[in-house]
Write a protein that binds this ligand. Structure first.
Ligand SMILES: *Cc1c(COP(=O)(O)O)cnc(C)c1O
Length: 416
């Protein structure tokens, strides 16, 4: 589309000003909507009040709060204790948590609990952390939709791709997400893998030189103790064909005090290390999360985020856009948005694929490319990550394409 302009600079400027005001109009609805989306940074005072309530209940100090062992030791796993800490909880809700908790284990770190606004029944932290009746709906999903049980060629290992694999080092987490894809592994007890099992996994990697990328996950990889992590990363670092190491952890979200100076000095010894975490809502991007991210960046770690698209939590385009913008502020690059998997007891969280497409459509062009992750559906039975995208290439033949721009304009594009 050729625009006829007289060749005078002031005409160019007027044209650009008109376009700029058109662009400005496009963002008005989002800026309006943002006023109703809470973020970790806009909720600081409420968070500090709830932290004080929890500390006084446990007769603990701020120093305890900053200690990840204290946080793990005092995880809330009892509905009665919870009702003391969330005054807004009704006795029916309390009984519901108790009842459902018998089938699907729950636990919250005091830190993650302190992010819940208990006057909001749809608080995104609460929805991720506290069990509800909906989990007992039993006509949907599988225990192991990823087929992990059938893609393990050696102890602790899941291999689904030619050049990289996963080592599962623990089933432990700081909290148990209600949407967890590995609920089948959570069980009743927390267990780290035995050293002998981890050694067998390392032997497999040593014996397969095409493996250039090893992803240590769980559970939550950073719930391993510092000594074990130091040993495991050291062993991986010493394998010449392992070019990069990755850690999968939700601790920057659920237990940011885990990111200690000592941990960072271990991580700094074995570059390059990539950490992917899982922030699902802008409320999780807090001052503490920022502190954790700053430390990891200073240790040379490269940070990414793998969000899960969850109905009622972040399936709204504005929430997902805000989340990705908040993450960039704390130097975490959005990497993937996963469509929630068909896991037993999680039907109420599973959005429509149309929701995911709408999210992606509202990112491209409307915000920084850096804030745009890849939207992935995991093919069942270990079929692999499959990228899903709105269609921007409307047609293509030998030397002509029809493109759709981010604004929906159709453009003919010719190639020689
Ligand atoms: C997700 C995953 C990976 C990593 O995939 P990337 O697309 O490289 O991030 C590797 N192995 C398994 C089994 C996985 O599920």
């Amino acid at each position: 589309m050729a625009v006829q302009l007289s060749n005078r600079p002031d005409t160019f400027r007027q044209f650009a000003l008109r376009r700029a005001s058109e662009l400005k109009q496009k963002i008005v609805p989002y800026l309006q909507k943002c006023k109703t989306i809470p973020t970790g940074f806009t909720s600081i005072e409420a968070y500090q009040l709830r932290r004080a309530t929890i500390l006084s209940y446990f007769s603990a100090t701020l120093e305890d709060w900053e200690n990840w062992h204290w946080q793990m030791h005092n995880r809330i796993t009892d509905a009665h204790v919870l009702s003391n800490l969330l005054p807004g909880l009704t006795s029916e809700q309390c009984q519901e948590i108790e009842r459902v908790g018998k089938t699907f284990r729950w636990a919250l770190s005091p830190y993650y609990l302190s992010l819940i606004n208990d006057t909001d029944p749809f608080d995104p932290i609460r929805l991720q952390g506290l069990p509800t009746q909906a989990e007992l709906v039993d006509d949907f999903g599988e225990e192991d939709p990823m087929g992990e049980a059938i893609t393990s060629p050696a102890p602790c290992i899941t291999r689904r791709y030619p050049d990289r694999l996963i080592i599962n080092v623990t089933n432990m987490c700081a909290m148990y997400c209600r949407h967890c894809q590995r609920r089948r592994n959570i069980g009743e007890t927390d267990t780290h893998q035995e050293r002998t099992q981890l050694k067998a996994a390392l032997d497999y990697i040593r014996a397969n030189p095409e493996i250039r990328d090893v992803l240590v996950t769980g559970g939550d990889a950073l719930l391993l103790g510092d000594l074990t992590l130091d040993w495991l990363l050291g062993e991986l670092h010493a394998i010449p064909h392992v070019e990069i190491k990755r850690l999968g952890t939700r601790t920057p979200v659920t237990l940011p005090m885990r990111i200690t100076d000592q941990l960072c000095s271990i991580l700094a010894k074995y570059p390059p290390i990539y950490i992917n975490t899982q922030f699902n809502h802008p409320k999780e991007v807090t001052e503490d999360a920022k502190k954790a991210a700053d430390k990891l960046v200073a240790a040379g770690v490269i940070l990414g985020n793998q969000a899960v698209l969850l109905k009622g939590i972040n399936h709204q385009p504005e929430v997902m856009k805000k989340l990705n913008q908040e993450l960039l502020k704390i130097r975490i690059r959005p990497y993937y948005i996963f469509h929630a998997k068909n896991v037993k007891g999680t039907r109420h969280f599973v959005p429509r694929i149309q929701d995911g497409l709408a999210v992606m459509e509202h990112l491209r062009g409307y915000t920084s490319g850096l804030a745009i992750p890849t939207y992935i559906i995991n093919a069942p039975k270990g079929g692999g990550k499959t990228p899903i995208s709105p269609q921007y290439l409307m047609s293509l033949d030998e030397n002509k394409a029809i493109l759709r721009t981010w604004e929906g304009k159709l453009i003919q594009y010719e190639t020689p």
